[in-house]
Design a protein around this ligand. Structure first.
Ligand code: NZQ
Ligand code: ZN
Length: 385
């Protein structure tokens, strides 16, 4: 196991009615800005429930954060927040809203060019307002990590920033708030969570037995509960387990002390920026193809994954590895996500354009060994076309 430092300041309120408890984490004298998406948080009463949990605070609202949150949209919140001296932000929604709240937490107190906060993967962030998260779509794990993924549609970029100032102080996880999700987003959430775990697991062994077993347990739980939740979406127990798995999948726990990959995510961001695909759709397309093209470098962990997650334990190694890749593909498809680019309505998909974007954004040596070249990425796109 590699040396590591683990830090996570988030307080978790989990379960029915957990939103009612968030007042204990927000000072009475706070001026709070509630940040949410286009309509679901308002329409399904979650914004009102948050307001009821904050008696005595001054509360402002900023709605309209779109999926794959855009820098230009978020800039509109800065002036009103500064004018009213907002000193606490609460994101109410999925990963897009929570990431938008994280960016604003850094941008509102910053007196320079907010675009510079997106440079150097967020390393220039020196301070941020305190943030809370109320999750309505379990997927990103943003509610308990220090990352945010921002888009600049005008520049056709989507990029990750990471900074310990961006950790939410608290997250309210009420599974009942996910009951209004369309099946599409239940599927997206399970696939995104599953791939977060794979990005931190399917690399090479470093003796992280605890991390491996935790990761395998989360994946087994998703394989068990994901399809059941599609069939029985109002089942609290199923939704509660999916919600907790999403949070644990990317809060630093299973990634501590082990090598991490993230090639599928980084290439996926380019597909979203260029073609508007949902984040999870890009992963469903890329991951089986990447597993195939990169199976040699992942052999030991791929065989462990085949055995411990899919029960594939006998026969020729390459047959087991291919069978595990196919099981993964079929699982994504059972969750409602196609795994081939040709299955999506992408006008004028062009591999050269994606490769150009990867190169332009410095994504020329991806993966846990930093050895995934643009030529291999081209091969990945051939496999998943
Ligand atoms: O905008 P509203 O009306 O709220 O509708 C949203 C949105 O259209 C809807 N929705 C959310 N909760 C709902 C609901 N509809 C009905 N009932 C509810 N309870 O769902 C749509 C999608 O929401 P979004 O937040 O975009 O989805 P998700 O949670 O999958 O987040 C995706 C974003 O997370 C980023 C992705 O890049 C993408 O931008 N990620 C963030 C990470 C992080 N911070 O660590 C890591 C992840 O890998 C990921 O990259
Ligand atoms: Zn993701």
């Amino acid at each position: 196991m590699l040396d590591f430092t683990f830090y996570n300041p988030a307080r978790i309120f989990f379960g029915r009615g957990s939103i009612g408890k968030i007042g204990t984490s927000i000072p009475f004298e706070a001026c709070v800005m509630l940040i949410y998406g286009a309509r679901s948080a308002k329409r399904f009463g979650v914004v009102d429930e948050v307001k009821q949990a904050l008696p005595g605070r001054r509360v402002l609202e900023f709605g309209g954060v779109e999926p794959n949150p855009d820098y230009e949209t978020l800039l509109e919140a800065i002036a009103p927040a500064r004018r009213d001296r907002v000193d606490f932000l609460v994101g109410i929604g999925g990963g897009s809203v929570i990431d938008g709240a994280k960016f604003l937490a850094a941008a509102i107190p910053f007196d320079g060019d907010p675009a510079s906060l997106l440079e150097d993967k967020g390393a220039r962030i020196r301070q941020a307002l305190p943030i809370g998260a109320v999750v309505t779509l379990p997927a990103s794990g943003s509610e308990m990590n220090n990352r945010a993924i921002l888009s600049r549609r005008a520049l056709v970029i989507k990029k990750a920033i990471m900074n310990d100032h961006l950790f939410p102080r608290f997250a309210a996880l009420d599974p009942e708030k996910t009951f209004t999700l369309p099946a599409k987003y239940i599927g997206n959430g399970v696939v995104d969570t599953f791939v977060h775990i794979l990005e931190q697991y399917l690399t090479y062994p470093v003796g992280g037995h605890v991390q491996d077993r935790l990761a395998e347990g989360l994946m087994l739980s998703l394989v068990d509960n994901g399809p059941k939740a599609l069939a029985d979406p109002q089942n609290y127990e199923l939704r509660a387990n999916l919600m907790w798995a999403a949070t644990l999948g990317l809060n630093g726990l299973i990634g501590a002390g082990v090598p991490q990959d993230w090639a599928a995510h980084r290439a996926g961001y380019e597909l979203t920026a260029l073609y508007g695909l949902d984040h999870a759709e890009t992963l469903a397309i890329l991951v089986p193809a990447m597993m195939k093209v990169r199976s040699d470098g992942k052999r030991i962990k791929l065989l462990q994954y085949a055995k411990r997650v899919w029960g594939l334990d006998d026969g020729d190694e390459s047959i087991r590895m291919n069978a595990a890749i196919e099981q993964t593909r079929r699982f994504f498809e059972r969750m409602g996500l196609s795994t081939r680019i040709s299955d999506y309505r992408i006008d004028g998909f062009c591999v050269d354009r994606v490769i150009e974007q990867l190169e332009a954004h410095g994504m020329t040596a991806l993966g846990e060994h930093g050895d995934l070249t643009l030529d291999q990425m081209r091969r990945v796109f051939e496999v998943c076309s």
